[in-house]
Design a protein around this ligand. Structure first.
Ligand code: ZN
Length: 288
């Protein structure tokens, strides 16, 4: 945490497009390649990148139906070993855990995502534990949020947090969705017909959670976003509700933010300042 405090959030609005340029060059058939102006990754640079939340596009672009992949899974893995997100065509929920990118599909199965699978939205970081807390007798997802908010209150509400919470969960309610075909519907419309929910009892696994600060409501959604994967890596998805007697939550407070966008014409036409917070709440929680 000492190191964290020394680093300012000033880089928050820097948007290094160079981070995504290799993928874009490939999409343009290798033509008009732009040379990266970023310095080579030195050891020191790599060290600071561990304290960065790396975000692909915006939750707002995903919610409005931009499901085209922006970077490859192989590239995403260079920016973190823990995370959440989805895949091209919203083909399942993404859980990144211990450096592996898992794809929890709409049919309830889980696979390791192929390196050349692409990603329209994700948040990842390198998990460096800053602390942990024991949780007990959590009866629903709102109770979990309240307990995890204590971590945020103690460490600072204007940082990002990733939480890794392992345990055996008496109840676990997750969802995924079927792959969408073009022309893409908005995410709330797609989920109305193509969301699939799964309920598991007494399942051992890990909840991967991201906390975004309040000021992130134009780029993501403030508060907690949970995904889950079972220990045997056969079940998982976007977490809607849960219940458990005991679990350990480890957290990583993160003070930097880096965002990857695309020069794709459809993306450039989107009105990304449009308020889609109602639709986001609906897709995140199933609540109107
Ligand atoms: Zn999710």
């Amino acid at each position: 945490m000492k190191k964290i405090l020394a680093i300012l959030l000033a880089a928050a609005l820097a948007v290094p497009l160079a981070a995504c340029s290799s993928q874009q060059s490939e999409k343009n058939g290798g033509q008009a390649e732009t040379k990266s102006e970023q310095p080579e990754n030195t050891g020191a640079q790599a060290e600071t990148d561990r304290e960065t939340i790396y975000q692909v596009a915006l939750l707002q672009s995903l919610t409005q139906g931009y499901y085209d992949g922006i970077i490859k899974v192989s590239e995403l893995r260079q920016h973190g070993d823990i995370g959440i997100g989805t895949f091209e065509g919203v083909n399942g929920e993404m859980i990144v855990l211990d450096g592996t990118v898992y794809q929890a599909l709409g049919d309830g199965t889980v696979q390791t995502a192929a390196d050349d699978e692409t990603v329209p939205f994700s948040n990842v970081t390198f998990f460096d534990k800053d602390g942990s807390t024991e949780l007990s007798n959590i009866n629903d997802v709102n109770a979990l949020k309240e307990k995890l908010n204590e971590i945020v209150e103690q460490n600072g509400k204007n940082l990002f947090y990733f939480v890794k919470m392992s345990g055996t969960f008496e109840k676990m309610n997750v969802r995924s969705e079927l792959k969408q075909e073009k022309p893409y519907k908005t995410l709330d419309k797609a989920l109305e017909t193509d969301q699939r929910e799964f309920n598991y009892d007494n399942i051992a696994g890990t909840v991967v959670a991201l906390y975004c600060p309040d000021y992130m409501n134009g780029l993501n959604t403030p508060g907690w976003h949970f995904h889950f994967i079972s220990d045997d890596k056969t079940k998982g998805g976007h977490l809607l509700d849960l219940q458990f007697a005991k679990a350990t939550a480890e957290y990583d407070a993160t003070p930097e933010f880096d965002m990857c966008l695309t020069d794709n014409g459809d993306f450039q036409k989107m009105e990304l300042s449009k308020d889609v917070s109602g639709a986001i709440k609906k897709v995140e929680t199933n609540e109107e």
